[in-house]
Design a protein around this ligand. Structure first.
Ligand SMILES: NC(=O)c1ccc[n+]([C@@H]2O[C@H](COP(=O)([O-])OP(=O)(O)OC[C@H]3O[C@@H](n4cnc5c(N)ncnc54)[C@H](O)[C@@H]3O)[C@@H](O)[C@H]2O)c1
Length: 400
């Protein structure tokens, strides 16, 4: 990336986040000079000290190396956006409390950067966007009168696998002009040899379809789980039996709390895009979001919950993660606080919840335990207390 009129190769807007920071680190690993612009001053400070603001396996040593080598620096000053040839935007794009997407999140973030955008830059949208946002941004950029090409290149990593998947997954790249496409392809070719070219509209749907497909698959498994469980049958025994040496069923997931910052909200984004005509997506939402209620309903039949202390093990939205965003463990906690005597919670990774207790204390004080996130540590859990384990972490089935 030498010979450019810019001081840096890449600036990542929102680069201290779960997607932006691994991407910044990955570009720095490939020798780019990377700058981060992020409005979180606390996260900027941590990153400049070479420390990760959240857990992501394999990222910490690479971040430290990049910062020490001077290849990566963060700032809360939007002026840094003008210093780099490639401007990659990867801010959060959540739905609101009424499940409405916010189509203006990206344009508003960009409006803050607009005074610093310069001729010759390539603007890459990397967030998962409501379809049509790329065209909206193209219009906005045209209105600014700067010679900037716009690309949409969605991030497809899963949290916890970022530092391998960024170098392994094919990169979907889209832009309206051949030059924009070529520049975006060249940028992401630094990470991987496999580039998939689509139009911006195709790429926007490709990203949403990917997440929604997963969300629907998990919902199907969760509904199968509830059906089997209502018959007193162990869904995991059935699933393992039917998938045994049978490739057409190999992709059937196990039951679990399907949650986190992406799958649910992207299903709601796609539903809104399709004028709320998305029965499959809405049904998947009621199934997946209904899992904590179903679980508590089953436990109520077997245990005198009001007289009991219930311990929830695992508050993150997925195993091995410290991320509690949209975690169904918290929904479970709220339901149990209404139904049970006392609710105690623990998590070996989460550092952002001051109400968590040490595991030993939760296990000792509880009369019933629920494994709500499949953290690997729980495979070693040995207790005589009853354990509800819909993830089959203990390997003894999922029947509740
Ligand atoms: N988390 C995932 O696993 C994942 C995977 C693929 C795609 N995505 C998509 O990537 C996007 C980002 O998700 P995330 O999980 O990294 O979110 P995040 O909340 O972890 O990170 C967003 C970052 O943007 C910063 N920010 C917010 N507004 C800003 C602004 N106006 N200017 C500069 N910085 C700003 C925040 O401080 C934060 O550090 C979303 O669209 C998400 O759907 C996420």
């Amino acid at each position: 990336m030498s010979g450019s009129q810019f001081d840096s190769d890449v600036v990542i807007v929102g680069g201290c986040g779960h997607v932006g920071l691994p991407l910044a680190i990955a570009f720095a690993e490939r020798g780019c000079r990377v700058v981060i612009y992020d409005i979180s001053e606390a996260a900027v400070e941590l990153v400049n000290a070479g420390r990760m603001p959240f857990g992501e396996p394999g990222a910490a040593p690479l971040l430290e190396r990049a910062v020490t080598a001077g290849r990566l620096a963060a700032s809360a000053d939007a002026a840094v956006v003008g210093t780099a040839e490639h401007v990659v935007v990867v801010i959060g794009t959540p739905v609101d409390e009424h499940l409405n997407p916010n189509q203006t999140a990206i344009p508003r973030a960009l409006a803050g950067c607009a005074p610093f955008l310069r001729d010759g830059q390539l603007l890459v949208l990397r967030s998962t966007v409501f379809p049509g946002v790329t065209a909206l941004v193209e219009k906005m950029i045209a209105g600014l009168g700067v010679a900037i090409e716009v690309a949409f290149c969605p991030e497809r990593i899963a949290e916890g696998k970022a530092m391998t998947e960024l170098f392994e997954l094919p990169q979907i790249v889209s832009a309206r002009s051949p030059r924009g496409m070529a520049r975006a392809s060249a940028l992401f070719s630094l990470l991987t040899g496999a580039i998939v070219e689509l139009s911006p509209e195709e790429a926007e749907l490709a990203k949403l379809f990917t997440n929604v497909w997963r969300y629907i698959k998990f919902a199907a498994a969760n509904q199968f789980y509830m059906m089997a469980n209502d018959q007193g049958l162990d869904f995991e025994r059935i699933r393992q039996g039917l998938a045994m040496d049978y490739p057409r069923a190999a992709d059937m997931p196990g039951a679990g709390f399907t949650a986190g910052p992406c799958l649910f909200k992207d299903t709601m984004q796609l539903a809104a895009f399709n004028h709320n005509n998305f029965t499959l997506g809405h049904t998947a939402m009621t199934i997946n979001e209904g899992m904590p209620l179903y679980l508590v309903h089953c436990l109520e039949q077997r245990f005198d919950l009001p007289a009991m202390t219930v311990g929830i093990l695992g508050m993150a939205f997925k195993g091995g993660s410290d991320d509690i965003r949209s975690s169904l463990s918290y929904k479970l906690k709220r339901i149990l606080e209404f139904k049970a005597g006392t609710v105690l919670c623990a998590d070996p990774y989460v550092t952002t919840d001051e109400n968590l207790l040490p595991h030993e204390e939760v296990i000792t004080r509880s009369g019933l335990l629920i494994i709500a996130a499949p953290h690997p540590q729980y495979r070693e859990l040995r207790t005589a207390k009853p354990v509800a384990d819909i993830w089959n972490v203990l390997g003894s089935g999922v029947l509740i």
